[in-house]
Design a protein around this ligand. Structure first.
Ligand code: GDP
Length: 198
């Protein structure tokens, strides 16, 4: 993956950059470690802003990681205190992105391994299912559990989501799962480029 370059932030589908090539999107509950994971997988320190401020991240951020290849930072969900209109804006923006984006080949979902799959994560996963995209779960903050507990948790979550979804324990602190996550991105981008050939 070459060094990412920020392309633009979009508040509405009309602002999305041209829909060609391949892209992989990151999505997750707020505070699940999405920005941290994106920065680490992309290999740069401050690509996605690590922020906890509710309502300030309702933008879709696009980063180029090579010729016709992009990483996309989708706004986080699950803030308890945001007004309904913000939630609606999130849903409309994400739905528009996920269902219409032809260049989208895969989605990485960040899930705090201690919380496991929450109702909102579950809704997102069900909703992604029929779209035919590759899906990978990063079980973040694995360093916060003892090794045995983290492994047990991963197994539990794997059983729950079934075989169509890939997953790995992930830690920004000790870099667990970084190679796996990068492997997904490389493979998804390549596989689709190959199958799209005439
Ligand atoms: P986002 O809201 O989903 O983008 O989450 P952030 O990336 O901003 O992370 C939320 C908080 O969790 C921050 O304080 C991070 O430093 C912390 N965090 C993220 N990933 C890890 C991790 O792997 N291990 C630990 N211990 N903390 C993490």
């Amino acid at each position: 993956m070459s060094t990412p370059i920020f392309i633009k932030s979009a508040a509405a589908p009309a602002d999305f950059p041209s829909d060609d090539g391949r892209e992989v999107a990151f999505v997750g509950r707020s505070n699940s470690g999405k920005s941290t994971a994106l920065n680490l997988l992309a290999g740069v320190r401050k690509l996605a802003r690590v922020s906890k401020t509710p309502g300030r991240t309702q933008l879709v951020n696009f980063f180029a990681i090579g010729e016709q290849r992009r990483l996309v930072d989708l706004p986080g969900y699950g803030f308890a205190r945001v007004p309904d209109e913000t939630k609606d804006h999130w849903r409309v923006l994400i739905e528009a992105y996920l269902t219409t984006r032809r260049s989208l080949v895969g989605v990485i979902v960040t899930i705090d391994i201690r919380r496991g799959i929450t109702d909102l994560d579950d809704a997102l996963l069900h909703w992604l299912e029929p779209l035919g995209l590759s899906v990978g779960l990063l079980l973040t903050k694995a360093d916060k559990l003892a090794h045995g507990a983290a492994v047990a948790r991963e197994r539990e979550i794997a059983e729950r989501v079934g075989r169509g979804v890939e997953l790995t324990r992930f830690s920004a602190l000790n870099r667990t799962g970084v190679d796996v996550g990068r492997g997904w991105i490389d493979r998804w981008m390549q596989r689709d480029a190959a199958s799209a050939a005439p």
